[in-house]
Design a protein around this ligand. Sequence first.
Ligand code: ZN
Length: 74
Amino acid sequence: MFSLPKLLTLALIIVAVLAAFRLIGSVNRVRAENRRRTSAEEDTRQLESEDLEKCTVCGIFVARACDRSDCPRR
Ligand SMILES: [Zn+2]
């Protein structure tokens, strides 16, 4: 019933399936790594953004100084 050629073919199929699973796993790992790196870059970009503060003269929220010449933030 179990001849040597059949067993060899079965072993070959098992090895091929295991290799395919390993390939899929490594592709998924690379994708997850890229996704993690992208989200980390986005976090850094958010940290580099400036906080807006309210100008006491004109009342608008600005990062540095508004257009008025008497702006206290200038
Ligand atoms: Zn101002």
